[in-house]
Design a protein around this ligand. Structure first.
Ligand code: NAD
Ligand code: 44H
Length: 387
């Protein structure tokens, strides 16, 4: 294979090394990893290849990833700018809260471009409209001239990315263990009149909303529900939580609520959504992934925010007068995910609940308007957790 295309990828973590880089590599892109973690960049710079092992029901398959380089943006920003100036695409998998930090260097790279085709920018985060969010931060740093010609310099496409990549064994080095299933949907409409990236395995769609909402409100809602109930009941791994019949039934009930929204809002057939839920529950129950409840429950403030996996669907259901009891139960367990080692947001969550009235804590945590039909229901849960 010839590696005649160049992709700059921010975030050499689990999904970055394990999924995005694998797809880019298999499509003939040289991948330039950009990260701020010395250990990741040093390992990538000193190791010419690493492996990705897919775990499926039919066994394991291992692939080798090579033809990459790595830059630490903490020390080498000019190099990152040069690479972006001559790249075909920029992707990122850094976490939704980090987008504002990577935007300035991407803006400088876009300013420095003199190629006669635009850069493709695709954020690969679990969030609705993550590329739009990134674009907003980038545009704050662009000159008026570049902004007025932005289509000639860069095209921005939202995406929905789905593949479970658990935290890796301490001695795995760069190698990544990953589930076999994948789905990476990217909005094709921003590439009208421009070169669409040629990434093998990407599902190009004209309307991303049903895909991202179905993914976030099924895979991630179910996953997080299992994580928070599992954590509360002393389970350390997600599949162990789902082996608990009560938790399994709770997850099913929550996904019945979100399925109701997805089916009625997006016109997806009920049977299709039922099959999707079945597949998701089987994926997250996979013992071979050894996925920790702390990873899946990480960053509870983000997960409890307005457009996210609990409040997003619960608010939409409450507006329609539909049932949200299962989601409220999951929200309660998310609120109890406090002071978890290594999770700053769980410490902040405990502080917010301690220092605020139930009304103020509900507003701060969920972003719901006080007169929203969901507000009083969530406030009652907040009060209960505050004790
Ligand atoms: N792991 C999964 O199963 C999975 C699946 C789909 C989507 N995602 C999404 O992908 C994103 C990343 O998740 P992950 O599991 O790979 O997390 P991770 O913690 O393994 O990786 C994140 C990486 O980003 C790097 N980073 C942080 N700040 C940075 C900066 N300023 N510049 C460059 N790099 C920076 C970190 O050092 C780390 O290497 C999240 O939005 C997550 O929701 C994860
Ligand atoms: O990455 P988060 O913190 O948004 O959510 C944790 C997991 O649910 C998530 O990483 C899943 O493994 C992934 O979204 C599967 O596609």
């Amino acid at each position: 294979m010839t590696f005649d295309k160049k992709a700059v990828h921010f975030g050499g973590g689990n999904i970055g090394r394990g999924f995005v880089a694998e797809f880019l590599h298999n499509s003939g892109y040289e991948v330039i990893f950009v990260d701020v973690m010395d250990s990741v960049i040093n390992s990538l710079s000193s190791t010419p290849s690493y492996t990705v092992t897919e775990i499926g029901e039919d066994g394991e398959r291992t692939f080798t990833i090579d033809h990459y380089r790595a830059i630490n943006s903490k020390y080498d920003e000019p190099k990152v700018i040069d690479e972006i100036a001559t790249a075909d695409s920029v992707t990122c998998a850094v976490g939704p809260n980090i987008l504002k930090f990577i935007a300035p260097v991407i803006a400088k790279g876009i300013e420095a471009r003199s190629l006669d085709y635009p850069l493709a920018v695709i954020a690969c985060e679990n969030a609705i409209g993550a590329t739009d969010t990134l674009r907003g931060f980038i545009e704050q740093k662009l000159s008026e001239d570049t902004k007025s010609n932005i289509d000639t310099k860069a095209r921005f496409a939202n995406s929905a990315i789905d593949r479970i990549v658990p935290n890796q064994d301490a001695n795995a080095g760069l190698n990544v263990k990953i589930e076999k299933f994948y789905e990476w949907c990217v909005d094709s409409t921003p590439f009208k009149g421009a070169k669409q990236p040629n990434i093998e395995g990407v599902h190009w769609v004209d309307d991303l909303t049903p895909y991202i909402e179905r993914k976030l409100f099924t895979v991630n809602t179910g996953h997080a529900t299992a994580a928070y109930y599992g954590y509360a009941r002393g389970k350390s791994l997600i599949h162990e939580a789902l082996q608990d019949k009560e938790i399994h039934d709770i997850v099913q009930n929550v996904l019945t609520e979100t399925a109701h929204l997805i089916v009625s809002k997006h016109g997806i057939a009920k049977e299709e959504q039922q099959d999707y839920v079945k597949k998701i529950v089987s994926r997250i129950s996979n013992p071979a992934l050894e996925d920790k409840v702390e990873r899946v429950g990480r960053a509870p403030l983000r997960k409890l925010s307005r457009k996210e996996r609990f409040i997003g669907p619960a608010a939409a259901l409450a507006e329609r007068g539909d049932k949200v009891d299962g989601l409220l139960g999951a929200i309660e367990q998310a609120l109890r995910f406090q002071n978890v080692e290594g999770d700053e947001e769980s410490v902040e969550l405990a502080k917010i609940l301690k220092e605020n009235s139930s009304t103020d804590a509900t507003s701060k945590l969920t972003g719901l308007e006080n007169d929203h039909p969901l507000f009083s229901k969530v406030e009652a849960i907040v009060k209960k957790v505050q004790g």
